[in-house]
Design a protein around this ligand. Sequence first.
Ligand code: ACO
Length: 326
Amino acid sequence: MKCIRTKVIGSGHYLPAKVLTNDDLSKMVDTNDEWISTRTGIRSRHIVAEGELTSDIALKALEMAMKNANISKDDLDIIIVATLTPDNTTPTVAARIAGKLGVKSGTPAFDLGAACSGFVYAMTMADNMIRLGQVKTAAVIGVETLSNIVNWEDRNTCVLFGDGAGAVIVQASEGEGTSKDQGVLATRIYADGTQYDNLGTDGGIATTRTAGYVHMNGKEVFKFAVGAMSEASHAVLNDAGVTTADIDWLLPHQANIRIISSVGQKLEVPEEKVIVTVDHHGNTSAASIPLAISESIANGKIKSGDLVLIPAMGAGFTWGGMLIRF
Ligand code: ACO
């Protein structure tokens, strides 16, 4: 049966110029390349320059996505930004981008907070609004400057994170209502607030009047992430009536190579079909998925027609999944 599908018509990304390697980190805290790379798969990450804001890097990713989608700022009906590191507490990064880009007055723009699952949440919002006919063309951005909330003296956490931005332009298109359609085929989002203390910051506006530093219970996060991302993956595959054998790529949130590999093994997806960018991006939270999407389209891995399974998990805990045919 004919239906509206949310099609990805362009993607873009931006990584700050400064690269911080594991060797650089070993001069800052008591760590070494061997410890970091074997436990996390991370070799380097990008870090914003002094004065380089979350909205600055988000705008660069968005401009690339708009160029690739061949649309102008006047075509945008909404801007949704997933982030946990906004320029200011309020207004939003989305509003800042709308102003910097000069989109027409009245265009809705908002930020959404679901930590590392933020981009899956944001795409779910965009997909629902498009299928309801409320908007036709949406900019969905995942962006973080996690270097601003990392304690650079804590080796347990500072080695894990990086900065970056990714964006997609999605647009309403007509589908046949089958899994062969191009576009978002299924999304699922979840949360469990009883896991609040296992991953987050140790401060915030109402608690300490500071942003706080990232802290986590690494072992609990690891265990939960593998199960949650696998279950969310099965849910969206089931919703779309396909199996892991049908997918071209598994593109999980890029937290840690061991989490990524475990999810791949649990889902029985061969290693060569798993997209990995954590080695040179680190964990960029809400930016990790759109960064990996844009980079994989740019380097020719993800091609038109490919079916991509995208699970995520983050603080909250939040988690979710989406299945997109590009
Ligand atoms: N360099 C050297 N040694 C370190 C470092 C470091 N950077 N960090 C910790 N250590 C030490 C610890 O102090 C500890 O030493 P001790 O035994 O003398 O006390 C030892 O290494 C072992 O520490 P563990 O925490 O047990 O190490 P583990 O093997 O669990 O690995 C890690 C830690 C990589 C964080 C792991 O728990 C993990 O993969 N967790 C998943 C969580 C994750 O990746 N989170 C990212 C954010 S969440 C998300 O995006 C979903």
